[in-house]
Design a protein around this ligand. Structure first.
Ligand SMILES: Nc1ncnc2c1ncn2[C@@H]1O[C@H](COP(=O)(O)OP(=O)(O)OP(=O)(O)O)[C@@H](O)[C@H]1O
Length: 235
């Protein structure tokens, strides 16, 4: 597989001895470039732990993860610079947009590219293109507080895409949005996935968007099960 992400027999245990918690047990998951999958499961089932392992925020206890053609973890071995990996190859979209209040929309989007060493003018031009693709270019000079919730979330998606990461991890990206805006965000993630060949994983409890996924992973007690989704059309 040229792009995308896959994990094999990934396990994560927190702590030691009697108080240890086995949060993930031999999880397998595979998302191709251009694909959007849902990850659902009850509270405490391991969703956040899985997302943090996929995002190289925490290290799994065992198992293998491959991003594109590169092995990231392999049973105790790991790539040296997880920080660079997170910055350059993983896009995060959260429930709250976490925009920087004193930077305008364009600079909020451009910042991760600037931090990765892209010249400011190039980063801002790329930010402008993404804002256009997400239909918020008219708000480029506004401060985040001047935007609606849906606009802020689109800006956060643009920021997640600025370094053209092969993987986007979205944690409850539609929770605060009404039905129409929630479906619009999922439509955008689908378009972006296809346009930029990005693998997108959406953790969600949101009943409004679950029927839109073609493929879902259900997680329970740290184990995943792959199911076919309804794949309901988005527009
Ligand atoms: N840092 C930690 N130390 C110890 N145990 C943890 C830690 N983080 C999570 N856990 C435990 O691991 C299990 C999985 O937690 P996780 O946060 O991944 O679940 P979740 O599905 O994301 O839950 P929610 O939907 O409530 O956020 C739970 O039993 C939780 O108590």
């Amino acid at each position: 597989m040229a792009g995308g992400i896959r994990i094999k027999a990934l396990s994560k245990r927190y702590g030691q001895g009697e108080t240890a918690v086995q949060a993930l047990r031999q999880v397998d998951l595979q998302v191709a470039a251009g694909e959007v999958v849902g990850l659902i499961g009850p509270s405490g089932s391991g969703k956040s732990t899985l997302l943090k392992c996929l995002g190289a925020v925490i290290e799994p206890s065992s198992g293998r993860m491959v991003l594109g053609d590169d092995c990231i973890y392999d049973n105790g071995w790991r790539v040296r610079d997880l920080r660079a990996l997170r910055r350059d190859r993983i896009g995060f979209v959260f429930q709250a947009p976490y925009l920087i209040p004193f930077l305008d929309v364009c600079d909020n989007v451009a910042l991760p590219a600037m931090l990765a060493g892209t010249a400011n003018a190039v980063a801002r031009r790329r930010a402008g293109e993404l804002l256009e693709a997400l239909d918020v270019q008219h708000r480029a000079r506004a401060l985040p507080a001047q935007l609606s919730g849906g606009e802020q979330q689109r800006v956060a998606i643009a920021r997640g895409l600025i370094n053209q990461p092969p993987v986007i991890l979205a944690d409850e990206p539609t929770a605060p949005l009404d039905s129409e805006r929630a479906l619009a965000v999922i439509a955008i993630l689908n378009n972006m996935a296809q346009q930029f060949e990005t693998a997108v994983i959406v953790v969600t409890h949101d009943e409004k968007i679950i029927p839109t996924f073609r493929r879902l992973y259900q997680i329970r007690d740290g184990q995943t099960r792959e199911t076919a989704g309804e794949g309901r059309p988005l527009g």
